[in-house]
Design a protein around this ligand. Structure first.
Ligand SMILES: Nc1ncnc2c1ncn2[C@@H]1O[C@H](COP(=O)(O)OP(=O)(O)OP(=O)(O)O)[C@@H](O)[C@H]1O
Ligand SMILES: [Mg+2]
Length: 285
């Protein structure tokens, strides 16, 4: 991979400002609130998101960081179609999201593979049950298992491969349906540092080849900067955009980027806001 040390990075400190307009966005949250019903008759309703405004461009990689419980997964689940806003609008290609669809694939923190299926069977399960013909899913499996570096492991069962390899299976399973949007909720959170960096690089390579729009949730600020075009810091619950930072370092990015002054400066800015929000969220409990 090439090293680009002179790239400029710019920092946008305007709170809640999105430089992507609603018109140009692939995914557009406008004034989205999410209120969950009280868990019991005596409990209070939970306001998870309040006035969330965020637009993600086509083929953009946007990461969301923020304190635990600030509503990151809630936001991602709504894009996946698992849930819907209480107020405001959430659009995908200009249309309201009502349900999950093959245009969006979700990758979770834990691989959730079927233990009785081998790698190949896990990768093709979804597309096969949606009616893709055999020739097509076999070709797809070969392509994406190779893309995630698992050629030769097609017949292995989940218990026979490492956690990092299981996450690769999950990514191949997501990519085989050719999704326009990849929704990743702490996908590398359970992996060791070295494997995590390899997976971040793999993700950037896959992005360069297939150009999906990626919404990526992580607690790891350095991971967010390394892989993203833009990092969003969400504030303490109810979640909304507190800080938005552009990462203008060109892709592909080498790991040398992690030690550049521009990287450190971005990291400092983001961590400062994240820390403030963590403190605010603790004060609120
Ligand atoms: N189905 C639900 N019913 C009730 N409350 C919910 C539900 N899902 C989430 N919440 C609440 O909404 C808030 C936001 O949760 P969410 O899972 O989105 O947080 P998060 O930012 O993803 O946190 P973490 O970093 O720990 O994963 C939390 O207070 C949570 O308890
Ligand atoms: Mg979460």
């Amino acid at each position: 991979m090439q090293t680009v040390l002179s790239a400029e990075t710019s920092i946008a400190k305007e709170q809640g400002m999105n430089k992507v307009t609603a018109e140009s966005g692939k995914i557009v949250f406008s004034q989205v609130d999410k209120i969950f019903a009280a868990p019991s008759k005596t409990g209070d309703r939970i306001s998870a998101l309040l006035d969330l405004n965020l637009a993600v461009k086509e083929s953009e990689i946007v990461s969301i960081v923020g304190p635990t419980g600030c509503g990151k997964s809630t936001a991602l689940n709504m894009v996946a179609g698992f849930d819907s806003p209480s107020n405001g609008s959430l659009l995908l290609d200009g249309s309201h999201i009502h349900k999950p669809g093959p245009d969006r694939a979700v990758v979770f923190q834990h691989a959730a593979l079927f233990p009785w299926m081998n790698v190949f069977e896990n990768v093709v399960f979804g597309v096969k049950s949606r009616g893709m013909d055999k020739e097509q899913y076999q070709a797809g499996a070969e392509k994406f298992i190779k893309a995630v570096g698992l050629s030769g492991f097609e017949k292995h069962y989940p218990y026979q491969i490492s956690g990092g390899m299981q996450q690769r299976v999950q990514i191949a399973r997501a990519l085989i349906s050719n999704p326009e949007v990849l929704l990743m909720d702490e996908p590398f959170g359970a992996l060791d540092y070295q494997t995590r960096i390899l997976m971040q690089q793999l993700l950037l390579e896959l992005w360069a080849e297939f150009r999906p729009t990626i919404l990526f949730i992580t607690h790891d600020v350095s991971e967010a900067i390394y892989i993203s075009d833009r990092v969003i810091v969400m504030g303490a619950r109810p979640g909304r955009v507190k800080l938005e930072v552009d990462v203008t370092e060109p892709k592909p990015r080498s790991i040398d980027f992690l030690t550049t002054p521009s990287f450190t400066s971005l990291e400092h800015q983001i961590l400062e806001t994240v820390q403030q929000e963590i403190t605010a969220s603790r004060a609120g409990h």
